[in-house]
Design a protein around this ligand. Structure first.
Ligand code: CA
Length: 222
């Protein structure tokens, strides 16, 4: 599956420019030109990175960035029309990963996108109790290492990246088995069962992976 970069930009010409260059570098893209539609989209999909324009109709980039950070650690590059704005943005500590000023060269944007993706690739999650290092496939819970298989690690990443979101077995299978091989629902159940067992060995009092009867699974922050 290709990484999808979400382009949030209301100037069609700039959105097209971003899109063309990203496609050339092998990324898939999605463009949204209305500020009010962004958060919903990010909740339903999993972009690898977001290029977020500051001035947008409906809802501005500041607000969008804050809202996204309340549930996701997806890399965000803010795009602003004024260079002097960047100092103010940095001061606000929005949680954006980088800033680009207009007018930009597409080459600069690509360099920033790649740099941010490289920087954020290693760690998927770093919270007080759970740390997931995707580069080395290491999961630690309350400072203790979880001895997980690759599939268990992936499952934990998917669930923990969006706490509270319920994933159906189908959704989990789609994300794990990208090669379309046929697996039955029970496969996921059995991986989850083993994963929970390993978690409870390390931290018996933590029930971070919950089953939602008849629907699927979710991660709950303790
Ligand atoms: Ca704009």
């Amino acid at each position: 599956m290709k990484d999808t970069i979400l382009i949030v930009e209301d100037e069609q010409r700039l959105a097209d420019l971003h899109r063309d260059y990203l496609h050339k570098s092998g990324y898939a893209t999605e463009c949204i030109d209305d500020g009010t539609a962004v958060v919903q989209w990010v909740k339903k999909n999993e972009p690898a990175l977001i290029l977020l324009d500051l001035m947008l109709p409906g809802k501005d980039g500041l607000e969008i960035c804050k809202e996204i950070r309340s549930f996701s650690s997806v890399p965000i590059i803010m795009v602003t029309a004024r260079i002097e704005e960047i100092d103010r943005l940095l001061g606000l500590e929005l949680g954006a990963d980088d800033y680009i000023c207009k007018p930009f060269s597409p080459r600069e944007v690509m360099a920033r996108v790649k740099a941010v993706l490289r920087r954020t690739a290693g760690t998927v999650l770093n919270s007080e109790i759970l740390n997931l290092d995707a580069e080395r496939y290491i999961a630690t819970l309350q400072g203790r290492k979880l001895d997980l298989t690759a599939v268990e690690f992936q499952l934990l990443c998917i669930l923990a990246k969006q706490p509270g979101r319920i994933f159906t077995r189908d959704q989990l299978m789609d994300r794990i088995y990208t090669d379309q091989r046929i697996v039955c629902d029970r496969t996921i159940d059995s991986h989850i069962k083993k994963l929970r067992k390993k978690i409870s060995t390390v931290a018996p009092e933590l029930e971070i992976i919950r089953s939602v009867y008849g629907v699927g699974y979710k991660y709950e922050s303790p």
